[in-house]
Design a protein around this ligand. Structure first.
Ligand code: PDD
Length: 277
């Protein structure tokens, strides 16, 4: 299929990335994953807004206006006849002889976007998945959607090696987020998720869920909670672009609630489907 490379719609085979691209050498760049449902980008504005914010935080200037970028991404989806799937896009600081400091004068960022068909994980969302608690060893700017994902991938690998779907990370006693998702718990009918500060990525799915809760009078607090709280929660779910609202029915091998997706989790799943139709 086609990809976007530095603004041009081209065949994937024809793209060459330089060995001194700073994304490749330093992970010096940012990215987004956007869902496509029925051939349309879901929460497009929010993702593009977050991309610009990530760029601002590390001094990468996105070389397009927001609406131009949106148009390009829509073109890509149409060109590849994508119905259900994702767009992956990333922007690195660009190509420059290797040295840690930002290049002076500034160079053109490298922009790449491609699509991938991906079904909604319907079976797993119905049955629920397993989670593993993993110490959060990442840096202190997890609010930036950076290409640097070593901490995240090491956590995910640990979870996978234990037969778990996701690593639920905690800094000491405080639960932060998943390796590629946000974490919610339900206790006595009240939802809790870590506040959107530097220790987590402010997930777009997380934001959609908070909005759904407000509109449906479901009590929710953006408040941190402890490892003990999550172990004794009535319900746990994680949220992300690819996993939507994914129930966690086992944590570190212990059953959560009655070992099935909880009532509030299922209600939110139902309300979420209404958002994406
Ligand atoms: N991951 N936290 C982290 C660390 C993430 O990597 C992600 C998303 C989220 C959820 O964000 P959102 O709801 O906007 O997808 C939270 C994407 C999907 C990925 O890296 O593939």
């Amino acid at each position: 299929g086609k990809v976007i490379f530095n603004g041009e719609l081209v065949e994937r085979e024809n793209v060459k990335v330089d060995i001194e691209d700073r994304g490749y050498q330093f992970g010096d760049g940012i990215y987004e994953v956007i869902r496509v449902y029925n051939g349309e980008l879901f929460t497009k504005k929010e993702h593009v807004q977050r991309l610009y914010e990530s760029g601002e935080k590390i001094g990468i200037k996105i070389p397009y206006e927001k609406d131009v970028l949106c148009k390009k991404l829509e073109e890509l989806v149409q060109e590849n006849h994508l119905e259900t799937g994702i767009i992956y896009l990333q922007i690195s600081r660009g190509v420059s002889p290797r040295q840690h400091g930002y290049p002076t004068p500034e160079v053109e960022p490298t922009f790449v976007a491609y699509t991938k068909p991906m079904d909604r994980p319907e079976d797993l969302m119905k049955s629920g998945a397993k989670g593993l608690l993993v110490e959060d060893i990442r840096w202190l700017r997890c609010d930036i959607k950076s290409l640097n994902l070593l901490g995240n991938i090491m956590a995910k690998q640990k979870a996978a090696e234990s037969g778990c779907f996701e690593a639920i990370q905690h800094r000491g006693e405080t639960v932060t987020e998943g390796s590629s998702s946000n974490v919610f718990i339900v206790k006595d009918g009240i939802l809790k998720t870590h506040p959107a500060v530097n220790l987590i990525l402010n997930g777009i799915t997380r934001q959609v869920i908070l909005r759904i809760c407000k509109h449906n009078q479901i009590p929710v607090k953006e408040e941190s909670f402890t490892v003990d709280d999550i172990k004794t929660a009535d319900e746990i779910f994680i949220s992300s672009t690819t996993s939507e609202i994914m129930p966690i029915i086992q944590l570190d091998g212990s059953v959560i609630g009655n070992g099935e997706p909880g009532e509030i989790t299922k209600k939110l799943q139902k309300l979420f489907v209404e958002e994406i139709q």
